[in-house]
Write a protein that binds this ligand. Structure first.
Ligand code: SF4
Ligand code: SF4
Length: 112
């Protein structure tokens, strides 16, 4: 599944023309992928001249970095080791819950 980094998109529309599934359109001067139309061919990744279309793996790495940065920011607001440790536990619980929801959804979808 490709992802578009909006801030990098220069609106050249090459990906729109190249997409065989009509899954990409322009919105507010940026390319947007319709997840429901995409057939995961990867042509948009190859055609983009400014590397604004990311592969799944790249997007995952980027999101992990963003999450860690945001968590570090939150941690800075809490003074002392005890609140920080509680916060970390809370964050991990939240992520575990989200993981279970996603895993449960994937399991059910695989039965379709
Ligand atoms: S991966 Fe293929 S189908 Fe999906 S948006 Fe890119 S060009 Fe279109
Ligand atoms: S090819 Fe890249 S720069 Fe051009 S419209 Fe698509 S995402 Fe934007």
């Amino acid at each position: 599944m490709p992802w578009i980094l909006k801030k990098e998109c220069i609106a050249c529309k090459k990906c729109v023309k190249r997409c065989p599934a009509d899954a990409i359109s322009m919105s507010k001067g940026k390319a947007v992928i319709d997840d429901h139309m995409c057939i995961y061919c990867g042509k948009c990744v190859k055609v983009c001249p400014v590397h604004a279309v990311l592969k799944d793996k790249e997007k995952v790495e980027l999101d992990v970095e963003t999450n860690i940065r945001s968590f570090r920011k939150k941690m800075k607001k809490h003074k002392g080791p005890a609140p920080k440790s509680r916060m970390l536990k809370g964050e991990l619980k939240l992520l575990e819950r989200q993981k279970k929801i996603i895993q449960g959804t994937i399991k059910e979808l695989r039965r379709f």
